[in-house]
Design a protein around this ligand. Structure first.
Ligand SMILES: Cc1cc2nc3c(=O)[nH]c(=O)nc-3n(C[C@H](O)[C@H](O)[C@H](O)COP(=O)(O)OP(=O)(O)OC[C@H]3O[C@@H](n4cnc5c(N)ncnc54)[C@H](O)[C@@H]3O)c2cc1C
Length: 325
């Protein structure tokens, strides 16, 4: 049994921010991360730029300097990696937490497995869950969704040149992907259930997509949903009826949700509305000593917490733990 003062699960921006805050308050936490530092961000579209300006993504008061107005994915992973290394954070990479169980004496037993399948056991008084949401796409539950030509994670446009690509969704991820795909010569159809353009689209991107749609370069179907995916076409339903659309690839960019099952299994109460119970001032759940940090704490909308806001959760947690010691 490995004894720790505090364990943070997940080395995303909010887990790292929490680790820095706990270090500053005198604890020496270990982060257990199933991949490596800022894994989710490293999996974002290769050429993406954040909508946030750099100072709003900073953790631990470490300046995020870039000559660009909006940092790129590469700049962000560089920043978070540097923040972790400079603060000498303890990170057990490529280790997945399987279970967190609180014992009657108030100490947590935590079971993890490394990438070779070897289990490890830990003991800790405090556990902070900062597991994000990126592992859990919102599936559509339609026939054909499991086909190889369907992905819920867009990386880059090049493989789609000359292809008929259906993009499902109308948020920033969908619009950014559509514009990138059109630039490499893909034939893009966006299928979106909303009546008009989403209000979440970045204001500086909206004129570009409207222009491409108005000139017929990108096809955009509003009030529409894909009901079936087949090898050479998708079937779309909208108020005008049922349509068969030629298709080679589907990008289902329908968002993500946190893993509630992991929380339930750890004893966290899930409210009737489906989100986890926690005290907003301390981030402590109904399980004493078990805290949430980052987007895993989101309620109705997974997008209501993001780096800009979730990076402050660690400070609340550190203050609460300090008040108990
Ligand atoms: C395309 C895109 C653009 C975005 N742009 C912005 C932006 O401009 N500004 C902004 O503020 N936000 C933005 N966001 C949202 C932001 O990236 C997320 O809110 C943020 O990553 C949340 O940080 P986190 O630390 O809570 O979770 P994550 O970054 O997802 O980190 C969670 C970590 O936990 C690890 N993990 C999960 N389960 C386990 C387990 N069982 N054991 C061990 N480790 C585990 C994961 O591997 C991961 O590294 C964007 C999101 C997307 C998808």
């Amino acid at each position: 049994m490995i004894k720790e003062q505090a364990i943070i699960i997940g080395a995303g921006p909010c887990g790292l921010a929490a680790a820095i805050e706990l270090e500053r308050s005198g604890l020496h936490p270990v982060i257990i991360e199933k991949s490596n530092i800022a894994h989710s961000i490293s999996m974002y579209p290769t050429y993406m730029h954040f909508f946030s300006t750099p100072e709003r993504l900073e953790i631990g008061d470490i300046p995020f300097t870039t000559p660009n107005d909006k940092p790129s994915r590469l700049e962000a992973i560089n920043y978070y990696r540097t923040a972790a290394l400079r603060n000498k954070l303890r990170i057990n990479a490529y280790e997945t937490v399987l279970r967190v169980e609180r014992q009657s004496d108030g100490v947590f037993h935590l079971t993890s497995t490394d990438r070779y399948g070897v289990e490890k056991q830990y003991e800790s008084r405090y556990v902070i869950v900062a597991t994000g949401y990126f592992d859990h796409p919102n599936y559509l539950g339609i026939p054909g969704e499991q086909m190889d030509k369907v992905t819920h994670f867009f990386r880059e446009a090049h493989p789609y040149t000359g292809m008929e690509v259906a993009i499902i969704g109308g948020s920033n991820s969908a619009i950014d992907a559509a514009l990138e795909l059109e630039r490499v010569g893909a034939k893009v159809t966006i299928i979106y259930r909303g009546e008009g353009y989403s209000r979440s689209i970045k204001p500086w991107v909206r004129p570009s997509i409207e222009n491409k749609v108005n000139t017929g370069i990108i096809r955009m179907l509003f009030e529409s949903r894909v009901v079936e995916i087949n090898s050479h076409h998708v079937i779309v339903e909208n108020p005008e009826g049922r349509h068969t659309i030629a298709n080679d690839f589907v990008l289902a960019l329908t968002g993500f949700h946190p893993d509630r099952e992991f929380l339930t299994n750890s004893g966290v109460k899930i409210e009737e509305e489906g989100f986890p119970y926690f005290d907003e001032t301390t981030m402590e759940t109904n399980v004493p000593g078990l805290y949430l940090a980052g987007v895993v704490a989101s309620k109705h909308e997974a997008n209501e917490i993001f780096i800009e806001t979730g990076r402050f959760h660690g400070n609340k947690i550190a203050q609460h733990i300090a008040s108990l010691r």
